[in-house]
Design a binder for this molecule. Sequence first.
Ligand code: M6R
Length: 604
Amino acid sequence: MCGIVGYIGKKNTKQILLDGLKELEYRGYDSAGIAVLEDGEFSNFKAVGKLVNLEEKTKDFKTKSFAIGIGHTRWATHGKPTEINAHPHLGESSYVVHNGIIENYATLKKELQTSGVTFLSQTDTEVIVHQFEKNQKNAKNSFEAFAKTVSQLHGAYAILLITKTEPETIFFAKHGSPMLVGINGENEKYFASSDTPLIGHCQSVNYFEDGDYGYVTPKEIAIFDKNGVKKEAKFSPLSQNKLLAQKDGFRFFMEKEIYEQSVVMSDTMMGRLGESEILFDELDKNLFDGINEIKLCACGTSYHSAMSASYLLERYSKIRTSLEIASEFRYREPIMSKDTLFVVISQSGETADTLETLKMAKTAGLKTLVICNVDNSSMVRLADATILTRAGIEKGVASTKAFATQVTVFWMLSLFIAKLKNSLSADEIASHISLLRELPSHVKVTDDMHERIKRLSKRYLHGHGFFFIGRDIFYPLALEGALKLKEISYLHAEGYPAGEMKHGPIALADPELFTIALLPKHLHYEKSKSNVEELSARDSTICAISQIEFDKADDFIEISECRHYMLEFFEMMVVLQLLSLEISVRLGNDVDMPRNLAKSVTVE
Ligand code: M6R
């Protein structure tokens, strides 16, 4: 889950690489580095920590004319985040950057060490450059050596390599980690592991497919598939909408993204709401033929939206729905039957565990659907069908608008299937659609609400832990609230089904235990209320979120009047997001780049 960039051309190579890395910093920020080859000489810079450190180190460096360069921002997998472990990694006369994991690196490293190679870093990546240079000794040319190297690697990778023997060439390989090349008609070539660094530089891009490798020069893009057969690049236009990727005056991307939810949820629904039916033109109606079960599979926040979906799909579509955590599913030899629609949910479309389960489902012959935010991502390219969530670029590591749009899509999907299966009447679907139309106004952040949460947050900075509790679909929302809080505040938080507290966790109740209670008026209110009363009786400190005033709570956050529990769901979602944000801000944390995390987890 690192970020990679590359450039061939006459412009300011250093700046292009650094600007590209800036766009990718959310993918990894333990350390960063660049290597530039100009006039047969390498310049290489690395720095630990955020990109500003690398900018500082390179401030006096500038290319004069034509150069090639590669850059990398790292999220450590093998080896600590030190300067030595930062990419690019050097051999005798070549540099490499890599995203992913080389699974057989230990074997390769041992063989290389036996033949006298000295390793400097603890990374798996360094074997690539040494293996390449070993192969160069017996190869006709550098490309042959590179192709042989790629064939010797097992695992997931996106690789860029430059070498002194080919001063105008960047070698690339892609297998399981994203990589693309962009062009602009100016004899320049740009590489990146996602398209944002290329916006503003390139008009069209080619997304490499798994197994692709080859080389790029100012004049040529040579791509070979996994069987070594040469293929044509497939260029598609690159969207130029970069405005969405800027902070717009907010303190953090996360904050901006919370405020954006109203707009992006409208986008999610745009053109998809009929009078009494949901219109997913992108779905072939036959997708659901012969389907008796839906299996939802995802990680993290996307898993929480999948769990929310399981309530909606069973309740409204009357279809059996099961849930899987991707990292568990892929190793537990699951039974997959062909009457199951396998649905993966992913903001990025690149999460390694989820992607792997999609591959498993395809291999087992299941129909597959991906709910995703990134068009052209690996999952979108692989699945039989796609529903895009249209949340726009999400930069905050803590997912907010991606979750909101995923659940919106699932609400619509449950109605779409309900129509196919006749499990809801046209009137019932129409009344859901009118609720959906109200949604954007319910997720608008008001100044009053934000101010209240800001003030309240100062009371929730300590204590020995948080329980977020809710029932039914408010249970996954509670899980999501707890995940949001823990990932950016570093406070311990758990989500729990409200009715389960008495089966053990209530033993923890005391004034230093904070309970965030979700009390929707329109779904099991009395039941949830009595669970909260049990905690209140044991002196837990309670913050209740509801549209009904609750006098047993220490703090109360009132949401606006809602006529349906799903509207309450989304109102409470915003409250939970803001609460996590404000607690974390008070604790002085970098909300957008929480420690130990990265935006897109492309390693298992
Ligand atoms: O891109 P994905 O939706 O597949 O990512 C899955 C998780 O890594 C992600 O949802 C993670 O849990 C969030 N960043 C948490 O806010």
